[in-house]
Design a protein around this ligand. Structure first.
Ligand code: SAH
Ligand code: TYD
Length: 409
């Protein structure tokens, strides 16, 4: 446990938590029965720095406890995400990989969902991925990957061995890394003068709007905004010059960064900066209201499941997401509320959910048992899953969507 972080990791201002989620297991740490007794928990409190406005989980486990050779998240389990990152790759190749000898670095490349497109196009690339099992899945796709945690020193070594990069990609990864100052220093070392960093992850504005508190867990120790990301990267000579929003993973922002002045700020970037001021991402009352909605949402979900249970309805879970660990443990749910959770990921199956120990089973169990309700923990993949599970829906099955203050659809 790193207990040093009662101060903001970005600017060292003192942090005051605005919400306490209680003791939490690691979101992706699915367990076998013999591991129940020694399960690891951390105290999950969240704060927004009043100086640089970075929203952060205050204490988190060491990275080695979260990212290792049996990491449970395989990005390519979603067809829609695979297509999303194919389109992103094409777009980036057209716009930012025009140099004579292009070089692309991706951190958190996972099973190669994005880099496979650069590898297929014959572009010189390097993945930096500490979780050995997913890194191996990427290598099987012909991708060049080193199994390391990225930081300033790694960047120096990459420059020595491969040269400077045209493009630095980090999707759904920058919120996993505690020492962002070291990452920013590394990016500054790594990029060519006109090089571009592209980051995409769940956006703070969307999390607040949807009351999607399940975006918060140890691996998601930051939820970024334009304001906070600029505050983290500006001291290292980097700045955001463009942004793009999309609806993936419950609402993401794609940020484009460069060396100060290397690219002109776009109108849509300036517009989004104005919008952030309007929605109050730098005001403490915004987060007080969010906390109150989280508590209401928790009570509503628990009440609904207890009610269904009392009326003899069967309820299962869909998608053993890391996010679900926050919901299940914060709401105090167990097998009395949710019989089992289905998931397509082989390494999660036949294990138990972290903390509450709800069995995780193959998706076929859902069609076999035809539950009345399924809590859609993978709500961020609603369209893909709803299309796939036509039988469940046509037989009268209902989704319980845990965001937007809990919806039954
Ligand atoms: N980029 C993929 C996967 C995101 S999951 C996507 O967008 O879907 C986050 C990944 O970051 C994990 O595979 C994890 O092992 C990796 N990661 C965690 N800390 C890291 C670090 N310090 N440097 C590089 N990768 C890291
Ligand atoms: P995801 O929501 O992408 O991320 P996180 O774990 O970070 O919260 O995880 C989706 C999970 O849902 C993953 O374990 C795979 C599973 N899943 C299915 O079981 N069926 C599906 O059709 C899809 C798209 C995902």
């Amino acid at each position: 446990m790193n207990s040093a972080a009662k101060k903001c990791r970005i600017c060292s201002a003192v942090l005051v938590p605005f919400i306490d989620f209680g003791d939490m297991p690691i979101g992706n740490a699915f367990v076998t029965e013999d591991q129940f007794v020694a399960e690891y928990f951390y105290h999950m409190q969240v704060a927004v720095c009043e100086s640089c406005f970075t929203l952060q989980v205050i204490d988190v486990p060491d990275p080695d406890a979260m990212f290792h050779d049996h990491y449970a998240y395989f990005a390519s389990t979603s067809q829609y995400m695979t297509e999303h990152f194919r389109q992103m790759s094409e777009n980036l190749m057209t716009k930012y990989v025009s140099d004579d000898a292009p070089f692309v670095v991706e951190i958190g490349c996972n099973d190669g969902i994005t880099l496979q497109n650069f590898a297929k196009a014959g572009i010189h690339h390097l993945g930096v991925e500490p979780s050995e099992n997913v890194a191996e899945a990427a290598r099987e796709k012909g991708i060049h990957v080193i199994s390391e945690f990225f930081h300033a020193r790694t960047a120096g070594e990459i420059v020595k061995e491969y040269g400077h990069a045209d493009l630095f990609i980090a999707t759904n990864t920058m919120h996993h890394i505690e020492d962002i100052n070291s990452v920013a220093e590394g990016v500054a070392r790594l990029l060519k003068p006109k090089g571009v960093m592209v980051q995409e992850d769940p956006y703070l504005g969307d999390m607040l709007e949807l009351t999607a508190y399940d975006q918060l867990y140890a691996e998601h120790m930051y939820i970024w905004s334009i304001t906070s990301l600029n505050n983290a990267f500006n001291p290292h000579g980097l700045e955001i010059f463009d942004v793009e929003r999309n609806h993936f993973h419950g609402g993401c922002m794609r940020y484009y960064l460069c060396r100060k002045g290397a690219h002109s700020a776009t109108l849509r970037y300036l517009e989004q900066v104005r919008l952030e001021e309007q929605i109050g991402l730098n005001r403490s009352d915004t987060f007080e209201r969010f906390r109150s909605r989280c508590e209401q949402s928790r009570d509503k979900l628990r009440g609904l499941l207890e009610d269904l249970n009392a009326h003899g309805k069967t309820v299962t879970g869909y998608g053993a997401t890391a996010k679900s660990a926050t919901i299940i443990n914060y709401c105090g749910l167990g097998t009395e509320h949710i019989q089992f959770i289905t998931d397509t990921t082989a390494v999660k199956q036949n294990k138990f959910s972290p903390g509450a120990h709800i069995p995780v089973v193959k998706p076929e169990e859902m069609s076999r048992t035809s539950p009345d309700y399924a809590v859609l923990f993978a709500w961020n993949h609603f369209d893909e899953i709803n299309n796939k599970e036509k039988d469940f829906v046509s037989q009268g099955g209902k989704w319980i969507v845990p965001v937007r203050m809990v919806e039954v659809v």
